[in-house]
Ligand binder design. Structure first.
Ligand code: HEC
Ligand code: HEC
Length: 166
């Protein structure tokens, strides 16, 4: 067995692996979908026939905000955070490989016009919808690493110029 200190530091595309491990977890993936939000760890389509709608806020007659408030419901069963809605289609991850997700979050044409890697990772440091994943309520599972560790991996990745898997 090689001692920890002697193991080569991860380089290149390996730097995206721990990040992808968070992004591809159910709490994030359930909102980065195509047609409708998903639910549960297996990512089944949202109950009540909820759909994406024109702007990610649902159908005109059944908006996300009808049920999702600015915080989780008292019993935790209905998730909540400010401005709860689906990620735009350009930011969908459903059906994408890790390499495709990596390229997409770096691309200003698809990532909400975030021009630098630092702007792109900033969202993941502070956005309430992202932070919600670590406080999802009702015993839902959380991402595989803590938010602080996630931020550390994001910073290491950005400092290395954001390498993507092939
Ligand atoms: C009629 C009420 C209602 C509407 C409208 C609604 N939701 Fe939900 N949503 C719920 C409830 C209740 C749950 C919890 C289901 C569970 O976990 O068993 C839920 C769960 C979710 C989850 C799963 C969270 C997770 O990872 O487990 C996501 C994502 C979600 N909703 C997104 C949306 C979005 C986006 C919209 C609007 C396009 C929306 N919902 C509209 C009631 C609603
Ligand atoms: C309730 C739905 C919801 C959940 C849950 C959610 N997102 Fe998003 N996500 C969005 C929306 C809406 C946007 C578009 C916001 C914007 O462009 O400012 C977005 C945009 C993004 C972007 C693109 C912006 C950029 O920085 O490149 C990234 C990355 C992202 N989310 C990461 C995550 C991660 C990581 C998680 C889980 C830890 C997560 N999201 C959970 C709705 C969600």
């Amino acid at each position: 067995m090689i001692a920890l200190a002697q193991q080569p530091a991860p380089t290149g595309a390996q730097l995206f692996e721990p990040i992808a491990g968070v992004l591809q977890g159910p709490r994030c993936m359930n909102c980065h979908t195509v047609k409708a939000p998903h639910q549960k760890d297996v990512g089944i389509p949202h109950a009540q026939l909820v759909v994406r709608g024109a702007d990610g806020h649902g159908a005109a007659t059944l908006q996300c905000a009808a049920c999702h408030q600015i915080a989780n419901s008292a019993d935790g069963k209905v998730p909540g955070a400010p401005n709860w809605h689906l990620a735009p289609l350009s930011m969908k991850w459903e059906g994408l490989t890790q390499a495709q997700i990596c390229e997409q979050i770096k691309d200003p044409a698809r990532n909400g016009n975030r021009r630098t890697l630092h702007e792109a990772i900033d969202h993941m440091k502070v956005d309430p919808l992202v932070l919600w994943a670590w406080n999802p309520g009702a015993g839902r599972t959380t991402p595989v690493i803590s938010h602080a560790e996630f931020v550390r991996y994001l910073e290491i990745w950005a400092a290395a110029d954001g390498p993507c898997p092939k």
